[in-house]
Ligand binder design. Sequence first.
Ligand code: NAG
Ligand code: NAG
Ligand code: NAG
Length: 684
Amino acid sequence: MTGQVLITALIVSLATLVSVVDGQFSTGHSHHGRGDVRCMYCTPGTCDNVTNTCTSCLDGFYGDMCKQTCPNTCMSCDKVSGNCLKCMNGFFGDGCNKECRQCDTCDKVTGACTSCWSNNWGENCQNTCEETCQRCNVATGECQYCATGFYGEGCNLMCDYCRQGMCDRDLGKCSYGCNDGRYGEKCELSCPQKCRVCNQNDGRCMMCEPPLWGEYCDSRCPVNCDFCNITTGECLECNPGFYGEKCALNCHNCIDGYCEKDTGYCQGACLDGWFGAKCDKKCMKHCRRCAEENKCMLCEKGLAGENCDVQCPTRCPTCANDILTGNIMCLECGGDFKIPEKNCSCTNTKCTKITEIRGKGFACERCAEGWYLRDGTCCPCHHCAGGNQFCEKNGNCKNGCEPKYFPATEGCDQYCDIPHCTWCESFYGHGKICKGCDEGYFLERHGCTPCSSFCKGSSMRCNQMTGVCLDGCKSGGYGEKCDSSCPDKHCPHLVCDIKNCDVCEKSMSSAAKCRKCRDRYYESNGKCLACSPNCEGTKGLCDSITGKCLEGCKTGWTGDKCNVENVIRIEPSVKICRGNCLSCDSNTGECAACVAGSWGSRCNKICPENCRTCDHKTGKCVVFCSKNCKRVGNELLPCDSITGECLYGCVEGWMGETCRYKCPDNGKCTITRKPVFETVYFRK
Ligand SMILES: *[C@@H]1O[C@H](CO)[C@@H](O)[C@H](O)[C@H]1NC(C)=O
Ligand SMILES: *[C@@H]1O[C@H](CO)[C@@H](O)[C@H](O)[C@H]1NC(C)=O
Ligand SMILES: *[C@@H]1O[C@H](CO)[C@@H](O)[C@H](O)[C@H]1NC(C)=O
């Protein structure tokens, strides 16, 4: 109650506050305009705008600038002393710090009740209203407002047929309708026999008691259906375990037995061993959980493996396949064995000292040689170099690992079984990758590849990481790794280290050079470069010296080496035509229209003289220069092919850049400048 009053008081002062800020102090000497808070708690109109002091404060505040707050339970207090003048509802006394007894408000001095809590009455509010009454007359106790669930003049009528027992306090009209089987305004009437829900106004049956239907609820719903349409008898919801229009189908192997009426889809998971939306498909034998017939995710207890045909080890009675490594993973240890994550290899039988922890049973404190302590039990050390007596407290090996073993989780627990690999490392905790190979092998794609048989030297040695032969190549092999061989006729006794070279040439002074490259390569500075992939022809050959494509370019390409695209790419997907081409095939660059004055499939040919525009295929002139361009004898002098400007001026009597305008009065023009609008005319 107190809380409520407080909130109300706050809202009041906030509302006042806003009007103060808006009204009086939004102008004047305020430096910040609106939002100046110096006189925020003053009674509006009482603030001195020079000294910022007020003559009167809002309720709840005091002090020169009204910035101090009255004690919590004070409604208002003395502006100077802060002494309480008026208490909040429910409090009394000098400091308003005493609570009224059983009443809402009381005399500030005596504490005598002035108004009661809503369901109390009497001089000192000492009586409570009747149980069926929420508010009663303070003097007489006569009920004025009924408690929930009661109605009528004396509030002695109960609305117990109403849903949730809620009704209108005067008339008893049900607020949320009737309980099953009742109707009428106050639900005072019974629905027809065997009718569960009827129309609240006229009692017409809307739903029979299951499993019945019909106007008189005298027909039975189909088998396996308790709820059906009252007029048609059509099933609305099948009984648990059934589906289909007539509820004639059994749900399959749903874990809770339920499935959807229309589809038969299970609402929850499937029973062990089944899968599919209807849980009607069988997982493989001995498989508990799968999403496909041939892929088991969890086998029956005690079994594992892709086909659930592997017996779990005795030390771990439940196990599963580790999807990442394919290994069997213990899920639970049996007998004396402990710690599933360590493949149940740990055991208390290897404890050499056991201590009792008060109230918590026994714990292992020391382990036998070759075993180390972990989580209160003993786990085996693995493959320490020099023996497992060199195993440290955490299971790591003091002197490293035995050859071919490496640490994956603890100690040297993994065997490096990659062929010809001497040194493995764990790969993100799962699987392994090779980091070092036997002599005669080099690292390639996490495995070991033999050095080339063309490496010089009996051991065929090569760099362990790169495969580059340490002593160069034997005759007949070339390349860094000596892994390419050239036919003997071209390299009689020669070690050629040039790729794609057919005939090598070795000079005394410098490294080997290529004399003749293989087909589809051309020689450049002693090396062999590939012909352009855009060379036309089945073999795509190019000149062995210049690289020029022998049979021209594939469509879309141009240049000697066919390495220039006919179209220019601005971005991978945006292309523009090359050169004078106005529009072109976006793939081949073949021009469909040329800039005025040019023609040809690449618009790289010039139209005849005096021709402004010519046919882009034939070069035949279509638009000549203006007839009024200056002539010498009968011959027109040329014009600019793009603008049409007569480069040597006009014949007499005409003017403008293209000589299209007659001189005024058929006279001679002195103006040779073009009229301004002509510029506009020619601009594209
Ligand atoms: C202070 O307020 C009065 C009346 O509201 C006004 O006439 C006067 O100009 C104000 N003084 C300043 C310094 O803004
Ligand atoms: C019962 O069937 C009638 C007639 O087809 C239909 O109008 C009514 O909506 C159905 N009632 C229910 C609850 O489906
Ligand atoms: C786990 O222990 C079993 C013997 O119980 C062994 O066959 C299997 O290889 C071990 N698995 C791993 C990942 O170490």
